[in-house]
Each structure stands twice: as structure tokens, then as C-alpha cells.
Design a protein around this ligand. Structure first.
Ligand SMILES: Nc1ncnc2c1ncn2[C@@H]1O[C@H](COP(=O)(O)OP(=O)(O)OP(=O)(O)O)[C@@H](O)[C@H]1O
Ligand SMILES: [Mg+2]
Length: 361
């Protein structure tokens, strides 16, 4: 896998944070129950969980603010029922938010006409679902070409495009197979190909791999990363699995009871979890694969260096060599200038799960 944070910039060298915002949620609410819209409007878009419950409403999504940048892989995590699917559906207005704004390239999606919304969904958004959602009576080629027929493309054009994406996801030779003749992984490749057929700019994936066994799941994660290096989509990806999240994510949003309680890079969530709930998600993570040299570095104290590392290099990538060298490694910036050092002891402590941050080590 490519180490995404290590790159810190896209192929054109644009720093990630300088990329335009593709999609934003501004105080987005989705409440289920009668009179929900009045309830939240009367309170000017503010209500506690207790107030929502007292009014007999379900607070599926509450006061969500987030910004997703172009080309970013933005992961949404949370326990079952925390509101992930509802939030993602609000982003494409498959579910109508009760309150707030969803901005697509700065335009309020809740204000555009139904026709414009359908256009947007058909041409600029793609979706992949956990249960694959293939049409059982259509073969692979027809399933993948299906959204193009909805767009009104003629048969030769849509089949040509379907064949392109079939190649892209490695399904050549299976064009005539029906969904029931495919494995779970193959079915999800069809789901992915179908959602890519229309060349969406923003791609929503709701637990696309959770029905797959662990080996196939990893393979599909690699596949997604491979596709992303070619296609540079803006991706919103839901998962329950923090390991999956850290493999794929630029940033992760953690949801609980309809709220987003923290948004950060995998490293930020692991090093500085906002709540016990976030800490619980990150508990079993291999910290050496998430924490970077920058996260472990201290000021140089004049000792000899046994090597150099980049600030964004993950500890796991140099733990063996620094321990073998038995000397600190200089952490150097892009011009080769040392900005600090990492000691073998700090690496050993991290690997052993010893936290000396309070002890001044
Ligand atoms: N149509 C609906 N009517 C009433 N409540 C709903 C409706 N849809 C969702 N909910 C409730 O909203 C909450 C969030 O549901 P959602 O499906 O978004 O959760 P999720 O995080 O995607 O869960 P999972 O991980 O199980 O898919 C849940 O409490 C759910 O019961
Ligand atoms: Mg869901």
C-alpha cells in the first residue's frame, strides 16, 4: 500500500489542505418522527440529545459539520446505529436532511431543483452498497451498463464504457455471468464497476467490503487504493473496522449517537482521542503503523545520529533499523535539515506499549 500521509500531497504536488472543498455539511440534522422539522427550526438548529428524545424523535444525524476535500478519502466510522448511513445518504439527498446545509462545490444541495439533483446524482455521484445491490436478471455487462442506459446513452456507447470499467476492476471474461454465478468479491467488483461507469466525481461507499471474508476484503482494499491512484475521486467511505479505516483514510470522522465526535487523521485519532469512545476504536491498532517520526520526535540533544527519516515516516518503517543502530535517527525535512530526533528507546517504548509522555522521556 502507498502510505498516503507520507505523500502529504497529490501527484501535482498540491498540499492536501489546499484542495478545494468538494462537499460540506453545515449543521446537518436528520430527525425521524412527527413534526421533526418544526422541532429543530423552532430551536434554531440546536437541541440536546435529551430534548430530541423527550420530543419522541430519533436523532439519526445531529448537528454534523464537516468538509470533505477534493481527492480525499474521508472515512466515517461508528458503532451500528450511530448514523453513518443516514449521514452519507443526506450528502446525496437520498435521505432529505431535516435541517442544515449540504454544499456540493459550495452550492446548497437542499435548494436545487429535483431535476438538477437527479442530474447531479446520475452524472457526478457514485454509490456502492454493502449488499452489492446488483440486478439478478442482468449479466455483468448489463449490470454495469445499467446506469448509462438511465443516462440515455445508446447501447454501443454504454457497452464500450462498461467494458472499460470491467477491465479496470479485473472482471474481463465474466461479462456474460449473472450475479448468482459470482463470488462475493466478484459481485462487489461489479458493484464498484457499475458505480464507476458514469465517471462520478464523488464516490460514496457504504461498508462495501464488510460482507467479504478478511482475505478478499484486504484484496478489495488494495484494489480500491489502486483505482484511487488512477482516478483521484473524492471518496466517502463507511466502515466499522478501524484497520480498514487506517489503511484507506486521509481523515476519519467518528460518529456516536448521530453526532460526529472527532475528525482527524488516523494518527491524530490514535495519539489524541477526544473521548473514551474514540480511544476504544483505536485501542487494538498497531500504533507503530499509524504514528509517524514527527509524532515521536524530541529536540536534538547533540548526540550522534545513526540515520535519517522523513517526518511522516511511520515508526514501523524504521523500527528495526533504529533499534539495530542503537542511536537516534535525525528527523529531516524536505531540504535535509534536521528538525528533531527519534531515539531507539522511544521506539522500543512505543512497540512495548509503554507511555512515557507524562514522564518527560
Ligand atoms: N427510516 C427511519 N425511521 C426511523 N429511524 C430510522 C430510520 N432510518 C434510520 N433510523 C435510525 O437512525 C439511526 C441511525 O441509523 P443508520 O442506519 O444511519 O446507522 P448506521 O450507523 O449506518 O448503522 P449500521 O452500522 O448498522 O449500518 C438508527 O437509530 C436507526 O434506527
Ligand atoms: Mg449503515
Amino acid at each position: 500500500m502507498t502510505d498516503r500521509t507520507e505523500q502529504g500531497a497529490d501527484a501535482a504536488g498540491t498540499p492536501k489542505d489546499a484542495r478545494p472543498i468538494k462537499l460540506a455539511c453545515r449543521n446537518v440534522w436528520k430527525l425521524f418522527g412527527s413534526n421533526a422539522a418544526n422541532f429543530i427550526r423552532e430551536r434554531d438548529g440546536k437541541a440536546s440529545m435529551a430534548e430530541v428524545a423527550a420530543a419522541g424523535l430519533v436523532g439519526a444525524v445531529r448537528a454534523v459539520d464537516l468538509e470533505i476535500r477534493q481527492g480525499e478519502i474521508f472515512i466515517i466510522m461508528g458503532l451500528s446505529g450511530s448514523g453513518k448511513s443516514t449521514l452519507v445518504r443526506c450528502m446525496s439527498r437520498l435521505v432529505e436532511p431535516t435541517h442544515g446545509k449540504v454544499e456540493f462545490e459550495g452550492k446548497d444541495l437542499l435548494k436545487i431543483s429535483d431535476a438538477a439533483l437527479i442530474e447531479l446524482r446520475r452524472h457526478r455521484m457514485g454509490m456502492v452498497f454493502q449488499n452489492f445491490a446488483l440486478l439478478p436478471h442482468l449479466n455483468v455487462l448489463e449490470n454495469i451498463a445499467f446506469p448509462l442506459s438511465i443516462q440515455g446513452q445508446d447501447r454501443p456507447t454504454r457497452e464500450a464504457r462498461a467494458r472499460e470499467v470491467i477491465d479496470l476492476v479485473g472482471l474481463r471474461g465474466r461479462e456474460q455471468f449473472y450475479p448468482r454465478e459470482l463470488s462475493g468479491g466478484q459481485q462487489q467488483r461489479v458493484g464498484i464497476a457499475r458505480s464507476l461507469a458514469t465517471k462520478p466525481e464523488i464516490w460514496f461507499l457504504d461498508e462495501p467490503f464488510s460482507a467479504l471474508d478478511p482475505l478478499i476484503r484486504r484484496e478489495m482494499q488494495d484494489e480500491l487504493m489502486r483505482l484511487q491512484t488512477m482516478l483521484h475521486k473524492t471518496i466517502v467511505f463507511i466502515t466499522h473496522d478501524f484497520d480498514e479505516a487506517i489503511r484507506l483514510a486521509d481523515r476519519i470522522a467518528i460518529m456516536k449517537d448521530g453526532e460526529v465526535i472527532q475528525i482527524g487523521t488516523p494518527e491524530e485519532l490514535v495519539v489524541d482521542p477526544a473521548t473514551d469512545y474514540v480511544a476504544e476504536f483505536t485501542r487494538d491498532v498497531d500504533r507503530a503503523k499509524v504514528i509517524s517520526a514527527r509524532g515521536l520526535m524530541r529536540a536534538c540533544d547533540g548526540s550522534d545520529h545513526g540515520g535519517t527519516v522523513a517526518p511522516d515516516a511511520k515508526i514501523a518503517s524504521f523500527s528495526a533499523s533504529i533499534v539495530a543502530a542503537g542511536k537516534p535517527f535525525a528527523v529531516v525535512n524536505g531540504t535535509g535539515k534536521p528538525i528533531g530526533e527519534v531515539t531507539p528507546q522511544a521506539v522500543i517504548d512505543l512497540l512495548a506499549g509503554i507511555d512515557r509522555s507524562g514522564a518527560g522521556a
